[in-house]
Design a protein around this ligand. Structure first.
Ligand SMILES: Nc1ncnc2c1ncn2[C@@H]1O[C@H](COP(=O)(O)OP(=O)(O)OP(=O)(O)O)[C@@H](O)[C@H]1O
Ligand SMILES: [Mg+2]
Length: 170
C-alpha cells in the first residue's frame, strides 16, 4: 500500500552549481516558476551566492535596475519592465525586529503583486506568507573547486505542492 502523503512534506530539488554564471542561469530558470505574491527565502553563509542568484531572478523576471548587495538599504524595489511582477530584494541582515520593521520600510510597492526575495530572513519574515520557497546554498565543503555550490530548493505550503521543482535539477 502506498504511504499517505504528509501535508508537511516539502517538495525539494537538489542541484550542484559550478560557477557564478551558472548560479545566475539557475536564477533565470527559477524565475519562470515565480508568480506575484511569492516569497523566496535565501539561506547561505557570506559569499554563498544569494545575491548572484537574485541577479538571475531579476533577469528572468525582466525587472529594471541592477541587482546588487544592498549595503545601505534593507530593501530595494525593481519594477517590472514587461508587465510581470516587481522584484523586491531584501537584505534582512541588519533587520533586527523582523516583519514590523519591514513594514516600517514603507516600500512603495504592493507585496502581493511582487516577488519578494529575502537574504538572511530566517526567523524574521516567515509570517509574510504561509507559502514560501526556501533556497539553501552551501559551499561544497571539501571540494577542490571553490566555486562549487550545493543548492537545495524546498517548496513550503500549498502554493508549491503542485510545482515540479525536481525539474529544476534536471
Ligand atoms: N557557484 C557559484 N555561485 C555563486 N557565486 C559564486 C560561485 N562560485 C563563486 N562565486 C562567487 O562567490 C561570491 C558570491 O557573492 P554573493 O554576493 O552572491 O553572495 P551572498 O550570499 O549574497 O553574500 P552576502 O551574505 O554577503 O550577501 C561572488 O564573488 C561569486 O563570484
Ligand atoms: Mg548578498
Amino acid at each position: 500500500m502506498e504511504a499517505p502523503h504528509s501535508p508537511a512534506a516539502d517538495v525539494t530539488a537538489v542541484l550542484t552549481v559550478h560557477s557564478p554564471d551558472l548560479m545566475q542561469e539557475f536564477g533565470r530558470r527559477l524565475a519562470k516558476l515565480l508568480r506575484p505574491g511569492d516569497l523566496v527565502m535565501l539561506t547561505g553563509e557570506l559569499g554563498a551566492g544569494k545575491t548572484t542568484l537574485t541577479r538571475g531572478l531579476g533577469e528572468g523576471l525582466g525587472v529594471r535596475g541592477a541587482v546588487t548587495s544592498p549595503t545601505f538599504v534593507i530593501a530595494r524595489v525593481h519594477p517590472p519592465l514587461t508587465g510581470g511582477p516587481a522584484l523586491v530584494h531584501v537584505d534582512a541582515y541588519r533587520l533586527g525586529g523582523g516583519l514590523d520593521e519591514m513594514e516600517d520600510l514603507d516600500l512603495d510597492v504592493s507585496l502581493p503583486d511582487s516577488v519578494v526575495v529575502v537574504e538572511w530572513g530566517e526567523g524574521k519574515v516567515e509570517e509574510l506568507s504561509d507559502d514560501r520557497l526556501h533556497v539553501v546554498i552551501h559551499r561544497a565543503v571539501g571540494d577542490a573547486d571553490d566555486d562549487v555550490r550545493r543548492v537545495t530548493v524546498s517548496g513550503i505550503g500549498a502554493r508549491w505542492a503542485g510545482e515540479d521543482l525536481a525539474a529544476l535539477g534536471a
